[in-house]
Design a protein around this ligand. Sequence first.
Ligand SMILES: NC(=O)c1ccc[n+]([C@@H]2O[C@H](COP(=O)([O-])OP(=O)(O)OC[C@H]3O[C@@H](n4cnc5c(N)ncnc54)[C@H](OP(=O)(O)O)[C@@H]3O)[C@@H](O)[C@H]2O)c1
Length: 322
Amino acid sequence: MTANQNPVTTPFSAEASAAEVIEGVDLAGRHAVVTGGASGLGVETVRALATAGADVTIATRRPDAARALIADLSAVEGAGRVRARALDLADLASVDAFARSWRGPLDILVANAGIMALPGLTLTPYGWETQLATNHLGHFALAVGLHGALREAGGARIVVVSSGAHRGAPFDFADPHFARRPYDPWAAYGQSKTADVLFAVGAGRWAADGITANAVNPGYILTGLQRHVDDATMRAFGVLDDEGNLKPLPYYKTPEQGAATSVLLAASPLVEGVTGRYFEDNQQARVADPADESPGGVAAHALDPASADRLWTYATTTLHAR
Ligand SMILES: NC(=O)c1ccc[n+]([C@@H]2O[C@H](COP(=O)([O-])OP(=O)(O)OC[C@H]3O[C@@H](n4cnc5c(N)ncnc54)[C@H](OP(=O)(O)O)[C@@H]3O)[C@@H](O)[C@H]2O)c1
């Protein structure tokens, strides 16, 4: 039976908040890492997990940016300990240092950090397209580096924050870094988000270690993620008015709602043992028909086990070749 023949459903609607989807769940004694936990959806993911009692490490390029959140959560009765540690996903030395210094079991890894639609082709010092480097390769290296700690937890969960943008961009194994094809900001973002889903599928190889991994589309939320998108495009999206004010469309979510599906997958007993699947609006998503242009759903190219294996091999070789 494939993952999509028996889709996972939950009682939670698209409007449920991160706090609501784990109400009553006790995470005391559990350890979590949330990448990009100092802004946007990451903040609400950290808040929900810590409030439920988990000790949370915010992995961020700017540990200082997490100060207010840490102070806020330290005043919450029953909350776990929250700390911030430096991590730059585009710099593998930083990823290696983070993973090497981790001590003890790791119950939850939320691969949440991301960048979107860099206007021009930007390469990291290793020559990798920066969105792919940050959104996928850095997280892949981090998860591999933390594999022992995840195994030690016995029942660890990995949550990979993808995006609906994956639907337009299968992974281009012939030219992942845009060396021979024209660079397109959305193709690069979409490809990196396909890679995120394929990583969750490929992590099925860790099932014998008790590790599950699932991918998430958080929905549409106005956050710092749109920083590289120009005003004309934001206007075309309908979220920037003529006076330059940002205005969410009716179906946009708040950050508290946008973090809900991640938190559900990270900690809810409703998805215990579920792995290799793609969720949105707190439900497992349907497989989208490529001809259907309405948003939502997961593309078959992102769930394909052969592509997941190929990407795992590609990422492993790429990291070793640097
Ligand atoms: N907002 C949406 O509508 C939406 C829709 C679909 C998917 N998503 C996904 O949701 C996730 C969270 O995004 P968000 O909306 O919360 O945006 P955000 O507020 O911009 O947060 C993204 C985080 O990623 C971190 N980050 C970026 N590059 C990094 C690097 N090299 N190393 C470590 N951290 C890095 C940023 O840290 P710094 O503070 O250091 O820059 C920031 O904390 C992303 O994966 C995004 O693709 C969002």
